[in-house]
Design a protein around this ligand. Structure first.
Ligand SMILES: Nc1ncnc2c1ncn2[C@@H]1O[C@H](COP(=O)(O)OP(=O)(O)O)[C@@H](O)[C@H]1O
Ligand SMILES: [Mg+2]
Length: 176
């Protein structure tokens, strides 16, 4: 199977901020190092909320994780190093060159999480977990999860298994 081919696409709904956080905890807790997660979705949809969960799953204080507005990038040390990147402020793709973000992601032996990843697709390695968040009514969010290679597909399976096992209030839509 080619590495660029999309594997299983899983759609679920989180029922509030704590639920999205727990989804992040499940993925943080099952990361083994070298993973990249690309987060896509509008402002305020819950991307940082998910990254706070990743932090918790890695043994990093979630309240320490804020959007790296000015620095673009922030690293935290836990069971693995969490490299948190937020591309929101980048207006043009050309602004990204010379910042060293590409190298930071490539060298990350821990877990790299990139918010607004669609703004910087060209600096991301081909292997990644892709998480798209969409606002539904009220505090409901639709979350679509997919992977681009076997490493991330395996992580996706571990993360979702742990999340389901935690018996959150989420609903998994297996029909999609
Ligand atoms: N289901 C949900 N998942 C995540 N956040 C939610 C949800 N419902 C409401 N929220 C709220 O939406 C906001 C998301 O903020 P944040 O994670 O910073 O968004 P982003 O990083 O995508 O801009 C928080 O105030 C959070 O409490
Ligand atoms: Mg954010």
């Amino acid at each position: 199977m080619s590495s660029s081919r999309l594997k299983d696409v899983v759609t679920l709904r989180t029922q509030g901020p704590e639920d999205t956080f727990q989804l992040g905890v499940s993925f943080g807790g099952t990361a083994q190092g070298g993973e990249v997660v690309a987060l896509i979705g509008t402002l305020g949809v819950g991307k940082t909320q998910f990254v706070k969960g990743l932090a918790q799953g890695l043994g990093i204080l979630p309240e320490d994780v804020t959007s790296p507005t000015f620095s673009l990038m922030q690293s935290y040390e836990g069971r693995l190093i969490l490299t948190h990147i937020d591309l929101y402020r980048l207006e043009k793709q050309s602004e990204m060159f010379g910042l060293g973000l590409e190298e930071e992601i490539e060298d990350a032996s821990g877990l790299a999480a990139i918010e607004w990843a669609d703004k910087g697709a060209h600096i991301l390695p081909p292997g990644r977990l892709l998480i798209s968040l969409k606002p539904l009514e009220g505090i409901l969010r639709e979350i679509v999860i997919q992977s681009t290679d076997v490493v991330h597909q395996a992580w996706q399976n571990r993360g979702l298994k742990k999340y389901a096992g935690a018996q959150r209030t989420h609903t998994l839509d297996a029909s999609k």
